[in-house]
Design a protein around this ligand. Structure first.
Ligand SMILES: *Cc1c(COP(=O)(O)O)cnc(C)c1O
Length: 384
């Protein structure tokens, strides 16, 4: 069977399964060994070499999902991201990163790169001109994140990838928010795709993991640094992740549908000032989103009208949980001003569009009617 021709849900269910030849069990066995018999190969089997049976097989599933030649599984999204950057950058090199970046990645760059003599520029915005303006002679990498957190801005993947290519720069993307179900950046010319598998790939808020997918050549470079940094994932969790990805297509498509319905519901609601969702026709980059995404994702943000208090609203919810993380099957909300963007000043936040009434909504797979009823009762209860 050619893996390229398989449909999404077949890849999710079957690629990267380990056949249980001994007992003919239905699912992949877990190989927990950290010690394997000496074999006459250059790279022996060892978990920190990312090549145990479970690691190697799950990598095939991730590669197939991202239309890549190869992939690696990491102990966290940050382990994946930091390993890729340290593999591609050395002292004297420069990286251009999008200014609307996941907080952990932005902190990593600001806190660690200066210690290693790596230069960086955060773009002013997310238009292609913002990236081209930041390129220097020593620029080695351009890194983007689309849709962005928390305002769901869209970066033109194809345009940034071709800008990078024409300047001999490697392009990388954090594809966590979209997931491979909704966006395949390698098809659009991006060189390296990274994931926090803690989010949609895991999908049940119970796994910390990361993943990287790219060409064999780039993966070899990343592997060489990865084995030194040691950010590999335990085989038990690798197995949990394989199990979770079996339902990735079903989950994310259900989340896409729910998010679109909820975005429309909120947009029409008197208590809501503004909704940020790339699937809405009035999103400023709806056409661009449509051209590069297969679905618009399960993440949206909205702003309550000034007379309502977002903290009170969150406390009044009964079904939707206030939660730091995202992308689980359960719906969660958080206030970026007091969580993900708490370290910025009020002025910086307002400049970014992050007001105290902005709510980030990670839409789950619950019945959409129940989600709407929960939002409605919470608004009624704080309005009275
Ligand atoms: C959560 C997240 C990360 C970091 O992943 P961890 O698994 O927490 O290390 C990176 N990028 C994005 C977009 C995220 O949401």
């Amino acid at each position: 069977m050619s893996e390229e021709k398989l449909g999404l849900n077949t890849i999710c269910t079957h690629i990267g399964e380990i056949k249980d030849e001994q007992f003919k069990g239905a699912v992949s066995p877990i190989y927990m060994s950290t010690s394997y018999a000496f074999e006459n190969v250059v790279v022996k089997r060892y978990p920190r070499y990312f090549n145990t049976p479970n690691q190697a097989y799950l990598s095939k599933k991730i590669a197939a999902l991202e239309h890549a030649e190869a992939a690696m599984i990491f102990a966290s999204g940050m382990a994946a991201i930091s390993t890729v950057f340290f593999a591609l950058l050395k002292a004297g090199d420069h990286i251009v990163v999008q200014n609307t970046l996941y907080g952990g990645t932005a902190n990593f760059i600001r806190e660690e790169f200066p210690k290693h003599g790596i230069e960086f520029t955060f773009t002013n915005g997310y238009n292609v001109s913002d990236f081209s303006a930041a390129i220097r002679p020593n620029t080695k990498v351009i890194h983007i994140e689309t849709p962005s957190n928390p305002l769901l801005t869209i970066t033109d993947i194809k345009a940034v990838a071709s800008l990078a290519k024409s300047n001999n720069i490697i392009s990388t993307i954090d594809n966590t928010f979209a997931s491979p179900v909704n966006q395949n950046p390698i098809d659009l010319g991006i060189d390296i795709v990274m994931h926090s598998a803690t989010k949609y790939l895991g999908g049940h808020s119970d796994i910390l993991a990361g993943a990287v997918a790219s060409s064999n050549q780039h993966m070899e470079t990343i592997w060489n640094v990865g084995k030194n940094l040691g950010g590999s994932l335990s085989d038990f969790t690798v197995w949990m992740l394989e199990r979770s990805i079996k339902t990735l297509g079903l989950r994310v498509k259900a989340q896409n549908r729910n998010a679109k319905k909820l975005a429309k519901f909120l947009q029409d609601h008197d208590a809501v000032k503004k909704v940020y969702y790339p699937g809405l026709k009035n999103h400023p980059q709806h056409a661009l989103a449509k051209s590069q995404m297969k679905g618009f994702g399960g993440m949206l943000s909205f702003e309550l009208i000034d007379s309502l208090n977002a903290n009170e609203f969150l406390s009044a919810l009964k079904l939707i949980k206030p939660s730091m993380s995202l992308a689980g099957v359960e719906s969660t909300m958080l206030l970026p001003y007091s969580t993900s963007h708490a370290l910025l000043t009020q002025e910086q936040r307002v400049a970014l569009g992050i007001t105290n009434n902005l709510i980030r909504f990670s839409v789950g797979i619950e019945s959409k009617r129940d989600l709407m009823l929960d939002i409605e009762q919470a608004i009624q209860s704080i309005n009275s």
